[in-house]
Structures are given as structure tokens and as C-alpha cells.
Design a protein. Structure first.
Length: 463
């Protein structure tokens, strides 16, 4: 279960007595325990249990294509595709025709990029479709419009594909980024959205815990130093040193990368020893830094606690990793607001999303949301499917059919949207792609979304 507050960024400190308070929302999620004085309103985040089956990554390096690549059938026995290793050099891509049989084979030229992803979106009929590689811009199409039509459309590294770029700079723990593209969509109480996400080749998902230490006691401490906990055995690794408070880091101290028992005051509040520097210091507080990153949100009249109607948000969290190491992947969970100006509830269905094998590749994401049929019915629907590069079919990872998402009229908040009249029951009509990345990145990254498709009925690909 995850607990969350509506503020996007907050550092939380509480007493060393392991007391914790939970507030639900859609912003930064923190667990904090510390010593001394009154603390800001706390929030608690605990990794959600994995409640659904994980998907299996495809091992083939040949992408799925929606149509044959040759018009003449192969007469000779079929030749299985051979994985191609592409060393990094600067020569251009070369396509060499093989005659006969009429099979096109990717050639391992010195700079062969990743293959252009297959055009597998053609099999379903979408109400609205954007294909940026085919030349689409961010201009409105019917009732669909992007909030920022000047958003960067750039080439996906290693391919000839273009997409919306969602980039974040390299940053130290305690800092964030928010590449969020909002949109308005055709209003409907039942919506399917599909998009193609390119994962950065250097992708990783960090998780850090802050330990408050007086600056004078750690002047020579550095990133990478080994710090031993109060038990004299458990060790952590410093991922950042804060000698001057700034931003959301309100005190001096160090960040530890994915430490053992990160929630334990018994281990991390008290006398710590820097084994690298042979120096001791007393820590007075501890706070688990938020690790969630937004992927997609959809809502009715207003977002999250700003709406009388419901909101749904998909977020990815750091996958499991050995102590003191950075996770190479992420798990995807979904949570929703029942409306009536409340924030989202617990995260549901945490399931493997990005793995080390997905770096530099595409994942097609399909979601479906549907409001409850009538007030009090509690039969709202939240569903998610994934299709990794090289796979021919989608695999469902979320199938929630008892969501409490009553249809409601427009709320009274200034930012509330509506279609028809304010008294009408409001369907889903707004959303955003990507969004707040509460766990920043050690290296600069750039996600790309090269296609977006919107449906008001079940896509053929899922049948």
C-alpha cells in the first residue's frame, strides 16, 4: 500500500519514535522519521505488493511486422533470424537485398541502428491517431488537442523514428523533473488509449533515503563513501552530500542509495560511522525520498482532489534491487480517486514494467478506463496491457473491475472542466502523458512517445 499527499514536492521529517502518518494524493510520496521538534505534515510510501503476474520479455531481436516485407514467397526452407550485434561506429545503415530467396536481412554494418519499430498500430481503428514518424504534428485533431503544441519532436536514438521527447537532466538525489504534456480528448465514460514509449538506453530507477547530519560533522564526506549504521554491521553508500540546505532538502545530511531497512530509525538515527573516512557523526533524522514517476493520468472534471469526479493515474516505481544498488527497472501500478475532491487511494497491481532488457527499446502501453454504470454500483474499470518490442500480442497486467468511480456533474473548483452543461454527468475528458518524476535521474535521459491512439470502443488488437 502506498500513502501519498497532494503536494508535488515535500520532505517529511517526524520523530525518532517511528511514528508515521499517511495522507493520500498524487504528488511526492515520502516516509520520514527524525528527531527533535515539530515536523511538517508527513506522508508515508511503502512499496506496493506485486499482486498480478509479471510479463515475460521477448528474447528475439527481430521486431514484429504487421505485413509481409516481401511479395514473393520464400521457396527455400525458412532461415531463422540471426541476432545482430551492432558495434558502435559511424557508418550509415546499409540494407542489402538477398536474391534468392527473397528475404531481407539486417546487415551488421558498423553503425547499424536499432530496427525501426514495426507498424503494428494499423490493425485497429482509432478515433484519433498521431504518428509523429509519419509526419504528424501536435496540431489538434477533432476533439483531441495537446496543451503544448511547441513540444519537441525529435528522432529516437538509434532509429529513424520521431516522437515527443520527455527529457530529464542528470541531478542529485533530492531534485526532480516534470516533463508533462497535457491533453484534452473526446469526452467519453469509457476510453482506451494506446501509446508507444521508447525507454532510454541508460535507464535506471533510483531510490534514496536522507539522513540528517550536522554539516560540521561531515565536511570531508563524499559520494561513494561507505557508512555503517548504528548496529555496527549494516552499511550504506552515500549518493549525495548536502552541506547547504536548498529546495526541498531543508537540512544538512547525506543521501544513502537503497540502504538496508531504509525505514528503520534504529539503524539510521544515532551514531553512524563513515568507514571510508574513519569518522563518526550523529544523525538526527531520516526520510525515505519519494520514488514514484508518473506515466499517464486521465480525469473527468478536475485532476485528483480538484475534481468532483474521478481521476486515474499510472505510476512506475523502482523495482527490487540489492542493498546499496540502483534498480535497473521499474514496476507499474495504478491508483484512482473516487471523486468528491479526494486524492487517489492505494496503488494497485504493481507489476514489472521496465526491465534491463527493455533499455533502448519500445513498449506499447494500452489502458482502458470506464466509470461506474450508476452511482453506488462500484463497477468502474481500470485495465492495462503491455506489448514489448518483438512481441506480437498484448499481455494484460491490470484488470480491476470494481472501482468506485461514480459518474458526477461538474465540480465547483475554478479549474474544473465540463462538456455539455455543468449539471451533466461528466465523462473522462482530460489527461497528461508522463509527468512528475519524483525520483530524478543520475544520468540525463530522454523518453520518446512516437504514437498516440485514442479509442471509444475495444481495439481490434485486444480481441
Amino acid at each position: 500500500m502506498f500513502f501519498q499527499i497532494s503536494m508535488r514536492r515535500a520532505v517529511v521529517r517526524a520523530s525518532t519514535q517511528l511514528a508515521s502518518t499517511a495522507v493520500l494524493g498524487l504528488g511526492v510520496l515520502l516516509v520520514a522519521c527524525g528527531g527533535g521538534g515539530a515536523a511538517p505534515a508527513p506522508s508515508v510510501a511503502v512499496s506496493p505488493p506485486i499482486t498480478t503476474t509479471t510479463t515475460t520479455d521477448a528474447t528475439t531481436t527481430t521486431p514484429v511486422v504487421a505485413a509481409p516485407v516481401a511479395t514473393t514467397p520464400v521457396v527455400t526452407p525458412p532461415v531463422p533470424p540471426t541476432p545482430v550485434t551492432s558495434p558502435a561506429v559511424t557508418a550509415p545503415v546499409i540494407v542489402v537485398p538477398i536474391v534468392p530467396p527473397p528475404v531481407v536481412t539486417p546487415v551488421a554494418t558498423p553503425s547499424s541502428p536499432l530496427p525501426t519499430p514495426p507498424q503494428i498500430f494499423r490493425s485497429a481503428t482509432a478515433t484519433v491517431s498521431y504518428d509523429f514518424t509519419a509526419g504528424d504534428t501536435l496540431a489538434s485533431k477533432g476533439d483531441w488537442s495537446f496543451a503544448n503544441t511547441q513540444w519537441t519532436l525529435s528522432t529516437v536514438p538509434g532509429t529513424a523514428t520521431k516522437g515527443m521527447e520527455f527529457s530529464c537532466p542528470a541531478s542529485l538525489p533530492g531534485t526532480y523533473c516534470s516533463p508533462e504534456q497535457r491533453f484534452a480528448m473526446p469526452a467519453s465514460s469509457s476510453v482506451w488509449i494506446k501509446f508507444r514509449l521508447h525507454v532510454p538506453a541508460q535507464y535506471a530507477h533510483r531510490f534514496d533515503t536522507f539522513v540528517g547530519i550536522p554539516a560540521a560533522a561531515m565536511q570531508n564526506w563524499q559520494i561513494g563513501d561507505q557508512v555503517r549504521a548504528t548496529d555496527g554491521q549494516t552499511q550504506g553508500v552515500i549518493s549525495a552530500v548536502v552541506l547547504t540546505p536548498s529546495g526541498d532538502v531543508s537540512e544538512t545530511g547525506v543521501f544513502l542509495r537503497n540502504p538496508h531497512n531504509a525505514w528503520s530509525n534504529d539503524l539510521w538515527v544515532g551514531t553512524l560511522r563513515n568507514m571510508t573516512r574513519n569518522a563518526a557523526a550523529v544523525s538526527t533524522s531520516r526520510a525515505m525520498w519519494a520514488g514514484n514517476r508518473k506515466l499517464l493520468a486521465l480525469w473527468t472534471d478536475g485532476y485528483s482532489a480538484h475534481g468532483l469526479g474521478s481521476s486515474v493515474v499510472w505510476e512506475f516505481w523502482n523495482a527490487s534491487a540489492p542493498d546499496n544498488q540502483t534498480a535497473t527497472g521499474s514496476d507499474l501500478a495504478v491508483h484512482y480517486s473516487s471523486g468528491n475532491y479526494t486524492g487517489a487511494g492505494p496503488h494497485l497491481g504493481a507489476t514489472s514494467f521496465i526491465t534491463a532488457a527493455d533499455r533502448g527499446k519500445y513498449i506499447d502501453v494500452m489502458v482502458h478506463v470506464q466509470l461506474s454504470s450508476t452511482a453506488g454500483a462500484k463497477n468502474g474499470v481500470l485495465q492495462t496491457w503491455l506489448r514489448r518490442q518483438g512481441q506480437g500480442q498484448f499481455t494484460q497486467i491490470h484488470n480491476i473491475t470494481d472501482a468506485d468511480m461514480d459518474p458526477r456533474p461538474k465540480g465547483n473548483r475554478a479549474e474544473s472542466n465540463f462538456v455539455g452543461s455543468p449539471a451533466d454527468l461528466q465523462p473522462f475528458q482530460r489527461g497528461y502523458l508522463m509527468g512528475w518524476q519524483n525520483a530524478g535521474y543520475d544520468q540525463a535521459v530522454g523518453f520518446h512517445i512516437s504514437r498516440v491512439d485514442y479509442y471509444q470502443q475495444r481495439p481490434v488488437e485486444l480481441n
